[in-house]
Write a protein that binds this ligand. Structure first.
Ligand SMILES: Cc1ncc(COP(=O)(O)O)c(C=O)c1O
Length: 346
C-alpha cells in the first residue's frame, strides 16, 4: 500500500529565505530581545488584530506567564479540558493554580458553555479553553461566566471564529511555535497575545525574571524569551500561514468529498469557525491506522490523578485517530487514506 505521511509539512521551499534570515541576525550579535523579536511581535499582533504580542520561550511558558499576568495566584482554580496536551494543566500548576477539568463536546473536541459550567466553583478564577486540533473553542459563549479567559491557541494559529482570529477571542492567549505547529519556528518558541495593556506589561516583566529594567526585580518570574533567530524565522513564515491553512482546509474538504464520512465520524468545526486543521482527527472503532491523541487524558495522568468524571473525554481518548493532514496533502493521498479507512472499518 502507498505510504501517506502523517504530517505533510515541508520547509524545503523556504530554506534559502530562512538561511538568509538567520545570517542577518548573526553579525548583529543581538540574540535575545532585539529588533527581530520586536518586529515579529508587531507583525503577529497586527495579523491577529490584537494590541500586544509578547514573545516567550515556548507555549507552555506562554500559558504559565499569561495566567500569572491575568492575576492567577496560588490556590486559585482554573477550569480547562482534560482532553488536551498535558502542558495546558502543567502550566497552571507551575503558576500555582489548581487545574479543574471539564468535559468536551465529542464532535468538536472543544469545551462548551455547559461543560465549563459544571466545573465552576466559587474558587474558579479563570477559564482556559483549548482550540484543540486547530478548532476554535466557543470563547464568546464563555463570557457569560464573567471570568478571565486564557485561550490555549497552541494548535490554532490562523484559525478564526466569526471573523475573529484565535488569539484575539479571550482576554489573553498563548501560542506555541513548536516545529510541528501550523506556524512553526526552528526550535522552541511561543507567544502571548492580548489587547490589555496591563496584562502585556506584566507578561513582559515575568518573561524577564520579574524585572522591567534588568536591575530591579519586582517579582519572581521566568527566563523565557523568544530568541532573535526564531523571530527572524517566524517573520519569513508568518506570511505563508493563511495559504498553508487554506490548503489544510482544502484537504479536509477533500476527505469529506471522497466519502470518508461513510467509514468514520468526521471532526466538526465549531459553529462560525474557520478550522485551522492542525490535525485531522476522526473517531471510529477498530481503526488501527494513524495515531491516537491523548489516549490517557490529562486528568488520569500519574502527576495529576484527578477523579473528575468526564465521559466524552474518555470516549474521545479511546476512539480518536489522526489521519494525514498538511498543506501538501494531495487528493490522491486523500483517496489512499479513505480507501484504507474503508478496508479497516468493514
Ligand atoms: C494544546 C497545547 N498546549 C500547549 C502546548 C505547549 O506548547 P510548547 O510545546 O511550545 O511548550 C502544546 C504543544 O506542544 C499544545 O498542543
Amino acid at each position: 500500500m502507498t505510504e501517506v505521511p502523517l504530517f505533510a509539512t515541508s520547509l524545503a521551499p523556504y530554506n534559502d529565505r530562512l538561511t538568509e534570515a538567520i545570517a542577518r541576525v548573526i553579525p548583529t550579535r543581538r540574540f535575545i530581545l532585539g529588533p527581530e523579536v520586536e518586529a515579529f511581535e508587531r507583525e503577529f499582533a497586527d495579523y491577529l488584530g490584537v494590541g500586544h504580542c509578547v514573545g516567550v520561550g515556548n507555549g507552555t511558558d506562554g500559558l504559565t506567564i499569561a495566567l500569572r499576568a491575568l492575576g492567577i495566584a496560588p490556590g486559585d482554580e482554573v477550569v480547562m479540558p482534560s482532553f488536551t496536551f498535558y502542558a495546558t494543566a502543567e502550566a497552571a500548576i507551575t503558576a500555582g493554580a489548581k487545574p479543574v477539568f471539564c468535559d468536551i463536546d465529542l464532535d468538536t473536541f472543544c469545551v462548551t458553555v455547559d461543560t465549563v459550567r459544571e466545573a465552576l466553583t466559587p474558587r474558579t478564577k479563570a477559564i482556559v479553553p483549548v482550540h484543540l486540533f486547530g478548532n476554535p473553542a466557543p470563547v464568546p459563549d464563555l463570557r457569560e461566566f464573567g471570568l478571565p479567559i486564557l485561550e490555549d491557541a497552541a494548535q490554532a494559529a490562523g484559525a478564526s471564529l466569526d471573523g475573529v482570529k484565535a488569539g484575539a477571542l479571550g482576554d489573553a492567549a498563548a501560542f506555541s511555535f513548536f516545529p510541528s505547529k501550523n506556524l512553526p519556528c526552528l526550535g522552541d518558541g511561543g507567544a502571548i497575545t492580548t489587547d490589555d495593556d496591563d496584562v502585556a506589561e506584566r507578561a513582559r516583566v515575568l518573561r524577564f525574571h520579574g524585572s522591567k529594567d534588568k536591575s530591579t526585580f519586582i517579582e519572581v518570574g521566568y527566563n523565557s524569551r523568544l530568541d532573535e533567530v526564531q523571530a527572524a524565522a517566524l517573520r519569513v513564515l508568518l506570511p505563508e500561514l493563511d495559504g498553508w491553512n487554506a490548503k489544510r482546509r482544502e484537504a479536509a474538504a477533500a476527505y469529506e468529498r471522497v466519502g470518508l464520512g461513510e467509514h468514520v465520524t468526521l471532526p466538526k468545526a465549531t459553529d462560525g469557525a474557520q478550522h485551522a486543521y492542525h490535525l485531522y482527527v476522526v473517531r471510529g472503532e477498530n481503526l488501527p491506522l494513524g495515531r491516537g491523541y491523548y489516549r490517557v487524558p490529562v486528568h488520569r495522568q500519574p502527576a495529576i490523578a484527578s477523579d473528575a468524571d468526564l465521559p466524552a473525554t474518555e470516549e474521545a481518548a479511546r476512539t480518536n485517530v489522526a489521519l494525514p493532514m498538511g498543506p501538501e496533502l494531495t487528493e490522491d493521498q486523500v483517496r489512499t487514506v479513505v480507501e484504507a479507512c474503508a478496508s479497516r472499518s468493514t
